[in-house]
Design a protein around this ligand. Structure first.
Ligand SMILES: [Zn+2]
Length: 472
């Protein structure tokens, strides 16, 4: 027995304020948060082993961390993120959707394999730095059914598991305009390969510039709508479609930062008929920060503004806000887990779940007093990435003392020459590669005829330019 205990690794987070979730009695009831003050949390290997007022260290080698004056939350969940776009950050501050498609999304063509690697790694590390421990990366090839697609997908499916089983195979697809037989065949194939999640961007006929059939209605009519489908944005989701999601399953990913900027409409996540299917995502960290806290805050306050305006227009004031900070917090944690079909494994702090844990400094200038008063409000409305002191994923430290820790990368994949097969790279090393990679991409972009790229996007997406106007 002693032998087993010695070989197992333990982390004991002692005497912190732990935010837990109480599961609803009925599936349609909301989750509620419970605050456990002066509690401890024990991690055994990759899982949470115990949460109690006091826990004794199970072995002499237990790593004990004093969490007095700290908030302990689950890792945040980001359900839609174009992770490769790190080198494009800062380009899109004053752009609308069509401009972004040309200067952002279409620039995947200016990337080499190594650029993609460093872009993705930079995106992952920015997420980890912010306490985001699960994300749904998104990548799109402008050619919808290239020959390599199935070969690469089946090779990847066979090569599983990745990252100790933590990285799972997903499939991003925006080709729903293809003939029905092709779409049905494709969905059958990727599901047979064991793909866990299929994501598609949601647009419907209400969109002023992209004329496309709604994917929820379309997939339901093809008999393909199931809980493994995640629709990104879904701002103009039709009430008949939330009924379809209730009936067949399927989730939505609201990404407030890009949606509010690019005229997608108000975020859908707080709509009464959509909330139970909703989650939060970053979309493009080339357009804004990659922390889910910011998305919680943008979603919450923009929804309140939308609701309040109707009262204001009639010279009235609502008695109470229509949505709560707790609802926003749940979107970035447990509801995110539900949206990606992992509610039993991640999204809350509970015994038996994976040890994805974020520790906040509750005494920072921004968190002080707020964390004492209301830990959930402190995170949703007061915290920033600065306050994220530690991040643990699968029982492994990824950030400590406010700094992201080095990651192990394969030299060949990363384009690094010589030496051992793998090498540890710290953030400073990532910075060096990202700046070099950004310069190369910048040179390629400068040589492109931007008008032609724009024309290409207009043609490919059947964009109706007549509705793009200077003013109303
Ligand atoms: Zn997207």
């Amino acid at each position: 027995m002693a032998g087993t205990t010695e070989s197992q690794s333990y982390i004991l987070l002692q005497n912190g304020t732990i935010i837990t979730h109480t599961p609803p009695r009925n599936p349609n009831d909301p989750y509620t948060t419970t605050i456990l003050r002066s509690h401890s949390l024990l991690i055994e290997g990759s899982h949470i082993a115990s949460i109690a007022p006091t826990i004794s260290p199970p072995s002499p080698s237990t790593r004990i961390i004093d969490c007095t004056n700290k908030l302990i939350a689950p890792g945040f969940i980001d359900t839609h993120h174009h992770l490769w776009q790190t080198q494009l950050k800062g380009r899109h501050a004053d752009e609308m959707f069509l401009d972004y498609m040309a200067t952002g999304n279409a620039q995947s063509g200016s990337y080499t394999e190594q650029d993609v690697f460093w872009g993705e790694l930079g995106g992952c590390m920015e997420s980890l730095d912010a306490g985001v421990t699960s994300w749904d990366p998104f990548e799109m090839d402008p050619e919808y059914m290239p020959k390599w697609l199935f070969t690469q997908l089946s090779d990847l499916a066979k090569a599983q598991p990745f990252g100790d089983g933590r990285v799972r195979l997903g499939f991003a697809f925006d080709g729903l305009f293809l003939p029905k037989e092709m779409v049905v065949d494709l969905f059958d194939k990727v599901r047979d390969m064991g793909v866990k999640l299929i994501t598609t961007h949601y647009v419907n006929s209400k969109n002023p510039i992209v004329n496309a059939p709604s994917p929820v209605t379309l997939l339901a009519s093809y008999g393909l709508l199931r809980p493994d489908i995640l629709f990104s944005h879904a701002n103009e989701l039709l009430p008949s479609e939330t009924a379809l999601l209730d009936q067949h399953g399927g989730s939505i990913s609201t990404t407030p930062n890009t949606e509010l900027q690019m005229n997608f409409g108000f975020p859908a996540c707080f709509r009464q008929d959509a909330y139970s299917h909703a989650s939060l995502g970053i979309d493009c960290h080339s357009c804004g920060s990659a922390d889910i806290i910011t998305q919680m805050r943008l979603a919450l306050q923009s929804e309140r503004a939308r609701y309040n305006q109707a009262f204001l227009d009639q010279g009235k004031n609502p008695k109470v806000p229509n949505v709560s900070a707790e609802q926003a917090y749940n979107l970035g944690t447990i509801l995110g887990a539900r949206a990606v079909g992992m509610e039993k494994e991640i999204g809350s702090l509970a015994v038996g779940k994976l040890a994805d844990v974020v520790v906040f400094d509750a005494t920072s200038p921004s968190m002080i007093c707020a964390a004492e008063q209301d830990p959930v409000a402190a995170i949703v409305l007061h915290a920033s990435v600065r306050d994220v002191e530690m991040v643990i994923v699968d029982g492994v430290f990824r950030k400590e003392g406010g700094k992201t820790l080095p990651v192990s990368v394969e030299r060949e994949v990363a384009g690094l020459g010589g030496g051992e097969r793998k090498v540890d790279v710290g953030w400073e090393g990532v910075v060096k590669e990202l700046l070099k990679s950004r310069e190369g991409i910048e040179e390629k972009i400068a040589k492109l005829d931007s008008g032609k790229v724009r024309e290409g996007i207009i043609g490919m997406m059947h964009i109706d330019e007549s509705n793009i106007v200077d003013s109303l």
